[in-house]
Design a protein around this ligand. Structure first.
Ligand code: AKB
Length: 316
């Protein structure tokens, strides 16, 4: 499909790397990055960039019409930890941006939508290990509630209006280029930065808190792949479970110590511990693997090698 793409939230952790990958695949002239501010100069300066407020229907529609957009990746969102501090803001941002895009698709201004969901859709009553695709979902965070409700709306717009919306339940995403902002899984990125800059990390989760995680390259591949496959292969229109690896703070610390002997870690759990406790430890993503051939490449030790290599270059 030849396509004109808009990424909303292009300056964020996933949006920024997705933008660069889509520009490589589809050409700079076909990929329009946008955000509410110029907060990531690499994204702003490497192609077409528009200031767009994803919560403002008119602002998004102007951008879509100006650039003849047919595909939108909606990456703007307030994540779990910050969402607990600003519940109404999280609800407004996460829901109004989604409705704006779903309605633009319903009104045929755009043809295809990517909207990320999250493991945060699950809650304390969900089975913790190998969490199935279809299971009890009683999220306890505002972020998780917006993602679960969002999934219901995505499926509804597909069934009712034939909107081609595709979605993945991202685990925690580990990357070195852009810092994550306001999530519970952020520790798994911060730990590598602190390992390089301070040789020590004080972790806000306890040492045995196991969570599903993934390296950015794998997450981008999954996103690009699910958007490229033929419509018939997308059997799930709420959101696909997506998994790579699972580990605890203790395990990631040990994997860093293998490469950086002097690294130390201490634990001081805060309010994010309760959020992490409500989430799955591992995810069964067999539908994604079967329906559109998803597979991941990065193990924890491969992630640690890459993170330490890139962050050493960044800081030294
Ligand atoms: C968060 O921690 O809030 C996010 C997520 C798992 O969706 N990284």
């Amino acid at each position: 499909m030849s396509s004109k793409i808009l990424i909303l939230g292009a300056c964020g952790q996933i949006g920024s790397e997705l933008t660069q990958e889509l520009r490589l695949i589809y050409g700079n002239e076909n990929v329009i990055a946008s955000d509410i501010s110029y907060s990531n100069l690499e994204v702003v300066n490497s192609g077409i960039f528009e200031i767009t407020d994803a919560t403002d229907y008119a602002s998004v529609k102007v951008c879509v019409e100006k650039h003849h957009i047919d595909t939108v990746y909606l990456m703007a969102a307030m994540l779990s930890a910050v969402g607990e501090k600003y519940p109404m803001k999280a609800w407004d941002l996460n829901m109004s941006s989604l409705f704006n895009i779903l309605n633009l698709a319903k009104e045929k201004f755009i043809k295809r939508v990517f909207w990320p969901s999250s493991i945060a859709v699950f809650g304390p009553s969900t089975p913790k290990e190998h969490t199935p695709q279809f299971t009890t979902m009683e999220p306890t965070t505002v972020y998780g509630i917006t993602k679960q409700v969002g999934e219901r709306w995505c499926e509804y717009y597909y069934n009712k209006y034939n909107v081609d919306v595709r979605s993945l339940r991202y685990p925690g995403i580990i990357s070195w280029k852009t810092l994550p902002g306001g999530g519970t899984t952020d520790y798994a990125v911060e730990i590598y930065h602190k390992a390089i800059t301070d040789g020590h990390y004080e972790c806000f989760l306890s040492e045995e808190t196991k969570l599903p995680m993934m390296f950015m390259e794998d997450a981008i591949k999954a996103t690009v792949d699910i958007m490229a496959v033929d419509t018939e292969r997308i059997k799930i229109r709420s959101s696909y479970n997506l998994a790579a690896i699972s580990f605890t703070p203790n395990e990631i610390a040990n994997s860093i110590k293998e490469k950086l002997k002097e690294f130390t870690i201490s634990y001081k759990p805060d309010f994010r511990q309760q959020i992490a406790n409500s989430w799955p430890k591992s995810i069964d993503d067999s539908y994604a693997r079967k329906d559109w051939n998803w597979s991941h490449s990065y193990s924890l030790s491969k992630i640690t090698d890459k993170m330490l290599l890139e962050l050493r270059k960044k800081y030294h």
